[in-house]
Design a binder for this molecule. Structure first.
Ligand SMILES: Cc1cc2nc3c(=O)[nH]c(=O)nc-3n(C[C@H](O)[C@H](O)[C@H](O)COP(=O)(O)O)c2cc1C
Length: 322
């Protein structure tokens, strides 16, 4: 029997210490999150880019599909951050993940509502601050991650210092696509892992087939870093939109709903992500993790879990971790 460390976030203990990272603008919706929760992990709805009512509907839909653990991910940079967090709490989501900064308030609201808050950090300093304010766990994300990045340092360089700095559970994220990566993180003291890119290439992820095809075709050279109007760099696949962006010719936003607290206005990140998700992959941004080239197939979430656990067993042998 494979002995894995127990990941405990608040009162929740998933069967497996595997979290599916939240992915904004409808990449991780109820269908993916529920499938992950049903397989024994923690499924996260990426709420950034959704209207509040849409997020509520996604949480309710996920609840219909599974009795497993469902969280939401809401980026701090979003103007409606506080209202979205409150709405997610009213929907009694199991936990809330937040990255790209945090305020002390969210931890207070989490305490009042009895809902664990998980902070996404990229340094020991931020992990300590999150623990001090009341985070239930931290996700330490290295530069290999997809989407917006908080560091240029690799995960396995940062992980030991974060592990050392805090007592709360630590989840390792960025570039983990198989059992070997999970095993390495657990052996270094992580209580669990978060992965996202692997789950995009699942049957349950609702992005367009063209988006998934770009992932499947990607070589290491196809992955690059782009500027985002959020003010952080992002990891994405090269395409003609990214060429335009990097040569200073990104299309100016046609309209603006003021969705971010601060926006450079260089281009509209929400439109760019929505374009690629719906199949206009040359007119948008395709966020991706650095190790996408290691994934060769689109599988059901259940089969992804079976493979990960099989590989993990092989990597861990009879050793007990944690
Ligand atoms: C398409 C995509 C969208 C993402 N959107 C978000 C997001 O909205 N909020 C967030 O905190 N992280 C986001 N991420 C980061 C993931 O949640 C995760 O931590 C990271 O990608 C882990 O690295 P991996 O993809 O190599 O597994 C996104 C990643 C991808 C690939």
């Amino acid at each position: 029997m494979l002995q894995l460390p127990k990941l405990k976030i608040g009162d929740f203990i998933p069967n497996f210490p595997i979290v599916q990272g939240g992915m904004a603008v409808r990449v991780s919706t109820s269908s993916l999150a529920a499938a992950v929760a049903e397989a024994g992990g923690i499924g996260i709805i990426g709420a950034t880019g959704m209207a509040i009512e849409e997020m509520r509907a996604e949480i309710r839909e996920a609840r219909k599909l599974t009795r497993g653990i469902i969280g939401v991910n809401i980026m701090f940079a979003v103007r409606e951050f506080a209202d979205m967090v409150r709405a997610a709490m009213e929907e009694k989501v199991d936990m809330i993940y937040t990255g790209a900064g945090f305020s002390r308030d969210i931890f207070k609201w989490g305490r009042e509502a009895g809902i664990p808050i998980v902070s996404i950090v990229s340094s020991a300093r931020l992990a300590m601050a999150a623990e001090k304010y009341g985070a239930a766990a931290v996700v330490v994300e290295g530069t290999e991650a997809g989407g917006h990045l908080g560091t240029d340092r690799p995960l396995f360089e940062i992980l030991p210092s974060v592990r050392e700095a805090v007592k709360i559970p630590v989840l390792a994220a960025g570039g983990i696509v198989n059992g070997e990566g999970i095993s390495r993180a657990l052996k270094m003291g992580a209580n669990g892992i978060q992965m996202a890119t692997r789950f995009v290439l699942s049957k349950e992820c609702s992005v367009s087939d063209l988006f998934k095809k770009m992932y499947l075709k990607a070589s290491p050279e196809d992955v690059t870093i782009i500027p985002s109007p959020v003010g952080l760099p992002g990891r994405a696949l090269k395409n003609s939109f990214v060429d335009r962006l990097l040569s200073g010719n990104a299309p100016k936003p046609e309209s603006c709903e003021g969705c971010l607290k601060q926006c450079s206005g260089q281009y509209c990140i929400i439109d760019a992500l929505e374009n690629s998700r719906t199949g206009r992959v040359d007119e948008g941004v395709v966020f991706v993790g650095q190790n996408v080239h290691q994934i060769k197939d689109i599988l059901s979430v259940k089969d992804i879990f079976n493979n990960l656990l099989y590989e993990l067993k092989h990597c861990l042998g009879a050793t007990r971790v944690g």
